[in-house]
Design a protein around this ligand. Sequence first.
Ligand code: TRP
Length: 346
Amino acid sequence: MGNIILTGDRPTGKLHLGHYIGSLKNRVRMQNEGNYDEMYVMIADAQALTDNFDNPKKIQDNLHEVILDYLSVGLDPNKVTFFIQSEVDELTTLTYYYMNLVTVSRLQRNPTIKTEIVQRGFEKSVPVGFLNYPVSQAADITAFKANLIPVGNDQLPLLEQTNEVVRSFNRIYGDTLVECEAILSEKEIEQRLPGLDGSAKMSKSLGNCIYLSDTSEEVHKKVMSMYTDPDHINIEDKGKIEGNMVFTYLDAFSNDEQISKYSEFSSLDEMKNKYKSGGLGDVKIKKVLYEVLEELLTPIREKRKYYEEHMNEVNTILKEGTIKAKSRANKTLKEVKKAIGIDYFE
Ligand code: TRP
């Protein structure tokens, strides 16, 4: 059997460089390598509602941002089926049957859920829908018999839980569902890009992001205000590389060819050595990073502009993808009902 790739994001905000390097880049690479039979990318609006049920407008607005982000990084509607989670009712039905296979305490022990419960202030009282979203994620994945899931590493506990559902289901009702595996970015720095301010993670709620849709001016301003080495006051001072976000981002996003194009150094190591021994100013290193990021973001902005001017095309992509996804999920739902023995009228 061939590979089936599936992934998705909750539309709770615009996607940023952390998403790009942590997962989007991998998705584009996999799309272009072509080692798969089908590739699906889902906008997880129903999952996003589990902790934003009182603010559906936010989800609607960001649904459009996220599909534009996907298309602008180069995910290709001729290769990828894009769809909207809430339009595929089969996923909800599958969730209902899978809920029988998962205990409340197992959900409460899921490390991702545990962290998110604290972040959202749900400790005293957690909505059932939110606690249950790992089960719904198992439905998203198994409905398509997806085996390869390109995601950020925060999703690992969710995929583990999916595989537990798969094993329980197959054991109790017979071999029906397929286990999956996460596809992560290679380097540690790619898996968790810190924020511009040096905090552990680039995240919308911390306000330390560069968005894929930021203008050149916004990127310039953000790079110029990045956290470097607070003790590096004069150009002549010796500077620190560790914890210096400009170098951290150069590690993540640049290659030596770019370093020699945008600076007097022939490699990033050479540039770091100069910074460490003194005589290299922050403005200079920030300019290099700005150029490197612009090289990445300029084509992304251009594609985005095209699609923003062709929103009808975007809507068609989503609509046709959703129809296709629904029909695929329906096939699995039939198999699931048959396996359980509740396919009475078939
Ligand atoms: N949990 C993912 C996120 O937080 C979104 C998601 C929902 C997903 N269903 C999925 C990711 C299935 C991969 C596979 O963004």
